[in-house]
Structure formats: C-alpha cells, structure tokens
Write a protein that binds this ligand. Structure first.
Ligand code: NDP
Ligand SMILES: O=C(O)C1=N[C@H](C(=O)O)C[C@H](O)C1
Length: 238
C-alpha cells in the first residue's frame, strides 16, 4: 500500500516503522513545514493517509484528504467539536473516514470492559466513579481523547451521569476525569469506583506507542476500498 503520513512527530515515526515492516511504502511524510507537498500529490499516488498531527490542524487535514478523494485514518485527539462536520463531508463526498481516540487493541478491549463494569455497577449507588489519565508532558490536549471515550462509556451505562468534567470536583451528574502529565508516560487510563468500605479499579497501561501505531496501520489496510465513517468497533466487530 502507498501511505501518506500527515503529521510526522512521535506517532508518525512509529507508524512509519510498523508500516514499512508490514511491506507498505511511505509516499510522503508531511508536517507543518512541507504541507504544500501534500497538495501536490495526486489521488492515484495514495492508497490511504494516516493523520496524527495536532488538535488545531486535524480538521483542515482531514477535510483536505476527503476533498482529494483519498481514505483517511485519523488518530489526532482534541478536535472532537469538528468531527460531525468531517463525518458529513465524508458522506457527501462518498469518501472514507476512520477515527479512534485510541487505536490500541488493548484499549479497545478496555473500552468494552469499562462498559460491562459500568452495567454491573449501575445499581450500586454506594460507589462513586472517576477516571484518571496520565500522559507525557508534551501532550497538547487535556483530557486525553481516550479518557473522553471512557467517560462516554460510563455516561451511557450508569444512571444519573450526563457529562464529564476535567480536573475539577464533579457535581452529582458529572464524571470526573483527572489528568496528569508526567515524564514520558505513553498513556495510562484508570477507572475507579470507591465506596466507604472498598474500591474497584481497572486500568490500561501502554508500554510504548507501538500498540497505537499498529492499530492505525491495520485500520489503513482495512479502509482501502470502503466508503463511509468508521471506528475501531467496525474493524474489531465489537
Ligand atoms: N488515537 C490514538 O491511538 C493516538 C492518538 N494520539 C494523538 O495523535 C496526535 C499526535 O501525537 P504525537 O505524534 O505524539 O504528537 P507530536 O507533537 O509528536 O507530533 C505531531 C506532528 O504533527 C505535526 N503537525 C502540526 N501541525 C501540522 C499540520 N498543519 N499539518 C501536518 N502536520 C502538522 C507536527 O509538526 P511540528 O513538529 O513541526 O509542529 C508534528 O510533526 C495527538 O493529538 C495525540 O493525542 C497519539 C497517540 C495515539
Ligand atoms: O497524546 C498521546 O500520546 C496519546 N493520545 C491519545 C489520547 O489522547 O487518548 C491516545 C494515547 O493515550 C496517547
């Protein structure tokens, strides 16, 4: 497959290595300094774009891919408010758009576990729930996209929760997301239920970026020839 990397930072570089190991070619590595090279490429040169850039650039980058008529797998977080517009554009252009807050298989299993646990905890009103995410100090957005997906899973499956709040004490209808930035931590997510007498905790700890990158390359392999708006639950058939 011919892949364009839109965003060539920490993730772009790990994705490149995994894509090459899986026998793909990297047609272009685009970051903020050589954006014009992407405009110059013709759709016939590209099987899929993998976009991991910056919260402020993902919206324009994904629109540029859909307008060019090439499938795009996007992992950038922190731009959720513009995602519905991109999804509408993908449908209008009969294109293909894939997004996940987290491409790791382990985290996607954790998302399901979180929802299952929430369903079990729903009648147990003596517990208060919260989620914590810990990432490296270079991370631009807070809370993490993954923590938002976890909070959405809790809101869907617990009673009386309608929104999340970041690094502030929650009201009764809010899920607290506690964010911390420490050293080079690749990504840790914890869901905790606390009562007066005990505590239940589930966690996912990434040991590196390889899991995110492998999932993104598998998504790019999967999206070729498809039309529509997709996420990891389509790929993993959850
Ligand atoms: N969904 C998932 O599984 C995962 C998602 N992420 C998300 O991916 C994103 C990128 O993470 P990471 O690689 O660690 O970040 P980095 O800051 O290491 O890399 C971002 C890259 O994007 C480039 N960039 C900035 N603006 C543009 C633009 N307009 N066009 C093209 N490239 C641009 C930056 O260039 P320059 O350096 O010149 O500014 C840099 O090379 C974040 O939103 C992060 O949260 C991360 C891991 C997993
Ligand atoms: O910025 C990161 O590094 C990560 N971002 C994603 C997120 O915001 O959830 C996924 C992963 O946790 C790493």
């Amino acid at each position: 497959m011919n892949i364009v990397l839109l965003g060539y930072g920490k993730m772009g570089k790990v994705i490149e290595k995994i894509a090459l190991d899986r026998g793909h070619q990297i047609v272009a590595r685009i970051d903020i300094t050589n954006r014009h090279e992407f405009e110059a490429l013709s759709p016939s040169q590209i099987d899929a774009v993998i976009e991991f850039s910056h919260p402020s650039s993902a919206f324009e980058n994904v629109k540029a891919c859909l307008n060019k008529g090439v499938p795009v797998v996007c992992g950038t977080t922190g731009w959720l408010e513009n995602k519905p517009a991109v999804e509408a554009l993908a449908i209008e252009k009969d294109g293909a758009f894939f997004w996940s807050s987290n491409y790791s298989i382990g985290v996607n299993i954790f998302f399901q576990l979180n929802k299952m646990l929430a369903r079990l905890m729903k009648p147990q009103k003596q517990y208060s729930v919260s989620t914590t995410e810990i990432h490296h100090t270079e991370k631009k957005d807070s809370p993490s996209g993954t923590a938002i997906t976890i909070a959405e899973g809790l809101i869907e499956n617990l009673e009386g929760k309608s929104k999340w709040i970041n690094n502030e004490n929650p009201a009764d209808d809010e899920i607290a997301i506690w964010s911390a930035r420490e050293g080079k931590v690749p990504g840790t997510h914890i869901v905790k239920y606390i009562s007066d007498i005990d505590q239940i905790e589930i966690s996912h700890v990434a040991h590196g970026r390889e899991g995110f990158a492998l999932g993104a390359v598998i998504a790019a392999e999967w999206i070729v020839g498809k039309k529509g708006v997709f996420g990891m639950s389509d790929l993993l058939a959850f």
